[in-house]
Design a protein around this ligand. Structure first.
Ligand code: BG6
Length: 368
């Protein structure tokens, strides 16, 4: 059933172009407008929303962080993201005009489910993004946007994460479409671009051999750091989480701008640091991260840089350069996450670990 792959995780990483395409299927009309009727929310209700709160755990939480950037930019609605386990036990301010979006591939995570119930008791409208048909969360929410990744067996989320990203982009663009924000043309263009993402994802997968080699060469390291800015920050967190989960290695993700406020003290000779670089078109953001790379390199870090193809301004500071296709900043996580999945999977395999069933972890955690 692994379809010729040594592990489900490898198979599921390879299935991502398909998973992304399937999650887009039937949701973009011939006129380029989005149709998300399954969310069961009227245009009027969407126009009345004044705050969005996203709740999730683990990898799904990272999809939620990326959703915040997309929703606030395209839809112009204030958006908060919180770990479900934290949301539940404070006193969140929810009203009829708050939209809560739970993200859970399994639809069963108890932390997220308890948060959903709490939000519904406060009369908020609650939607979920979920990959498992008929699971508990979609039944308890007002509406659901299913991701169509197909069954995911590997405990560490891969294709469900990429499809969650597609789902959050669709929701953000849909809200923008309904509310008619100032980004109308951009929204239309982004919907078109989403349609071309499966090819881009495929292209990344075809160029992963050097990443596998790199991973094998780092199998004996004690620690790896990950840096990013903007949506590259949650991608860095996701890269670190994958390495912890699969390789049982110390890994941490940081917002690159925070480096100077503490983490830079960790940098020592030879420490591998993986940096996610935003597209060159985002000049301010891009230049700032290039100086972050210079700073860590001057202190001895081994810089492993994920940047868009042809980005020659960053190449001189990269000990290893991993190129991904050029896409707009907000969509970049769809291509920059893949090398990090491949990296941790290969590194864990080199250490002799079972990547499908990492120790102490379960695919869905049904206790709080
Ligand atoms: C963890 C899984 O237990 O739950 C992670 O090991 C997952 O891979 C997290 O991201 C959240 O799960 P879900 O189903 O709510 O997305």
């Amino acid at each position: 059933e692994k379809g010729g792959y040594d592990a489900f995780m490898l198979k599921e990483i390879a299935e991502q172009p398909r998973a992304v395409a399937d999650t887009l299927l039937g949701r973009i009309g011939a006129d380029g407008r989005l149709h998300l009727d399954e969310m069961h929310i009227t245009d009027e209700q969407l126009r009345e929303i004044d705050k969005i709160i996203i709740i999730a755990c683990g990898t799904s939480y990272h999809a939620g962080m990326i959703a915040k950037y997309a929703i606030e930019h395209w839809a112009g609605v204030p958006c908060e993201v919180e770990f479900a386990s934290e949301f539940r036990y404070r006193d969140p301010i929810l009203t009829k005009s708050t939209l809560v979006i739970a993200i859970s591939q399994s639809g069963e995570s108890m932390d997220t489910l308890m948060a959903v119930r709490h939000a519904r008791e406060q009369k908020a409208r609650v939607l979920c993004i979920c990959n498992v048909n008929g699971s508990t969360m979609p039944r308890e929410c007002d509406g659901v946007l299913y991701t169509h990744a197909g069954p995911e067996v590997g405990v560490a989320a891969t294709k469900t994460f990429l499809t969650q990203l597609v789902a959050v982009y669709l929701i953000a663009l849909y809200i923008a479409q309904v509310r008619g924000t100032k980004w109308g043309d951009e929204v239309f263009a982004m919907v078109q671009l989403l349609g071309s993402m499966p090819e881009k994802v495929e292209k990344v997968l075809e160029t992963m051999e050097p990443v596998r080699e790199l991973a094998r060469s780092l199998a004996d390291e004690k620690s790896v750091l990950f840096l990013g800015r903007h949506v590259g920050f949650p991608v860095a967190l996701e890269g670190a989480l994958k390495l912890k989960e699969l390789a049982y290695m110390h890994a941490e993700g940081f917002a690159a701008g925070e480096l100077k406020h503490g983490p830079i003290a960790l940098i020592e000779d030879g420490l591998p640091v993986i940096v996610v670089v935003p597209p060159r078109a985002r000049d301010v953001l891009h230049d700032k991260i290039v100086s972050n790379i210079q700073e860590i390199r001057a202190r001895g870090a081994r810089t492993i840089v994920i940047a868009e193809e042809g980005d020659d301004s960053v190449a001189p500071y990269a000990d290893t350069l991993i190129e991904v296709p050029a896409v707009p900043t907000l969509l970049q996580p769809l291509v920059t996450t893949i090398p990090l999945q491949v990296f941790s999977c290969e590194l864990a395999t080199a250490k002799g670990h079972d990547v499908d069933q990492p120790r102490n972890l379960a695919k869905s955690v049904t206790v709080e």
